[in-house]
Design a protein. Structure first.
Length: 205
């Protein structure tokens, strides 16, 4: 793709570095921005800068937050004895959108994947174990993707928590094998959480 402007070429390069964005889509975004008034561009730029400078990770559950403690963890109405373990922020959003889950979360920050060089030490597993050991947690729901990486991570956590008096559950598999939580429709995801099963039973599948 040939450009008549170095500035446009640089901007297209930045946009096309985003996941799923090709050069043509990136050029469309850039041309759209060019048509905006200066204040609109400044607001857009400031928001991007704030994402990097001001965004935090909840000290309790590790999800993305505007504050040191996220709104879910800070909410006294939520059931803090019930902890749903998820891969990342997108899964928190997907489950929250069902409106059916009333517990809190623990965000791992990824899944165990030797192929990608991601091991347990790269995740917040130790923080989860510490939470179970030192807080009044009665149930852990393993709500990880129905993939090999998700199953491996769930089994690792299961083994790590085996010595603790906490119930381990797995979401019911209305979710197809290989499917990611963020792409599951809200009704199916909500039912999968409500109809969760003991994790031991899920090993027999």
């Amino acid at each position: 793709m040939e450009f008549t402007s170095k500035l446009i070429e640089q901007a297209v390069g930045h946009f096309s570095s985003l996941p799923g964005v090709g050069k043509k889509s990136a050029l469309r975004y850039v041309l759209h921005l060019i048509k905006q008034d200066e204040q609109g561009i400044i607001n857009f730029s400031n928001t991007l800068k704030a994402l990097k400078q001001d965004l935090k990770f909840c000290k309790n559950c590790h999800t993305i937050s505007d504050n040191d403690i996220c709104e879910v963890c800070a909410n006294p109405i939520r059931n803090h004895q019930l902890v749903c373990v998820v891969q990342d922020y997108r899964d928190v959003m997907a489950i929250e959108n069902t409106g059916l889950y009333k517990g809190v979360y623990h965000v791992l920050g990824g899944l165990i994947s030797p192929m990608e060089g991601i091991g347990p030490s790269n995740l917040t597993v130790d923080s989860l174990i510490n939470k179970v050991a030192n807080q009044d947690v009665t149930e852990i729901i393993l709500a990880l993707n129905a993939t090999m990486e998700g199953e491996t991570t769930s089994f690792f956590i299961f083994k790590k928590l085996a010595a603790y008096p906490v119930t381990l559950s797995a979401i019911a598999r209305g979710i197809a094998v290989g499917e990611e939580l963020e792409y599951t429709d809200e009704v199916t995801l909500g039912r999968s959480i409500i109809n969760r099963i003991p994790y031991n039973n899920s090993l027999a599948r």
